[in-house]
Design a protein around this ligand. Structure first.
Ligand SMILES: Nc1nc2c(c(=O)[nH]1)N[C@H]1C(S)=C(S)[C@@H](COP(=O)(O)O)O[C@H]1N2
Ligand SMILES: [Mo]
Length: 204
């Protein structure tokens, strides 16, 4: 099969690629809340639900049949480290538009991961051309600690939006804060605007 062309996330074309308050590190740290799940691809399924005409669940082989995106991106963790120049391979988020009919009143997406982790995005940003469900990082299958078998990658926002061990997406009318977003992190998370932490209104 022909390799897909590489989509360069727009932030990798900046002259200065390091956002304010960040420093670069050489290799990708491991960071998450809770334990690394012992998942495998035969147990894995991906569900698209919420404001869609018909909910849909795909198994790993069905999902992988759509793997046709390569994205070059930088990573910025809200805790301060950045990793420049990552190559991701997987399924473009925009493919979901071909798999289900999204209702016109949908405006937001919540991404759900194994173990209950969630993160929220405006639908428009979820469908940006550089957002993908990655199965490979720098040419290698994801390690268990980095989200195997499938993780989301949202290159233009802080890395907490890049949910590991992702199991589905839900389309919503109202924006609904995810795991970190309801624990004090910014609802949006643009590293170039230093949208690190939210207003106190976000704290329960
Ligand atoms: N399921 C899940 N995904 C997650 C997290 C998490 O706690 N659970 N943490 C996020 C945060 S804060 C970061 S910085 C990145 C770290 O990814 P890495 O361990 O592959 O470097 O995963 C993100 N995705
Ligand atoms: Mo993070």
């Amino acid at each position: 099969m022909k390799e897909p062309g590489i989509i360069k996330s727009p932030d990798t074309l900046r002259k200065n690629r390091i956002p304010p308050g960040q420093h670069t590190v050489g290799s990708l740290p491991v960071l998450h809340h809770g334990e690394t799940p012992q998942t495998n691809s035969s147990m894995w399924a991906f569900t698209i639900k919420g404001l869609v005409e018909e909910e849909k669940t795909l198994d790993f082989d069905e999902f992988m049949g759509f793997a046709a995106a390569r994205v070059f991106s930088d990573i910025h963790c809200v805790t301060g480290w950045s990793v420049l120049g990552n190559l991701w391979e997987g399924v473009p988020a925009s493919l979901i538009k071909d798999l289900v009919r999204i209702r016109p009143d949908a405006g937001y997406v919540i991404v759900r991961s194994w173990g209950g982790f969630t993160t929220n995005l405006p639908m428009e940003e979820f469908f940006d051309s550089d957002v993908l469900f990655a199965v490979k990082h720098n040419g290698k299958i994801l390690g268990p600690e980095h989200g195997f078998p499938v993780r989301l990658v949202v290159p233009r926002l802080y890395f907490w939006k890049s949910a590991k061990w992702v199991e589905g997406v839900e389309f919503l009318r109202e924006d609904t804060p995810g795991f970190w977003e309801s624990r004090g992190y910014h609802n949006h998370g643009d590293p170039w605007k230093e949208e690190r932490y939210g207003s106190t209104e976000n704290f329960l």
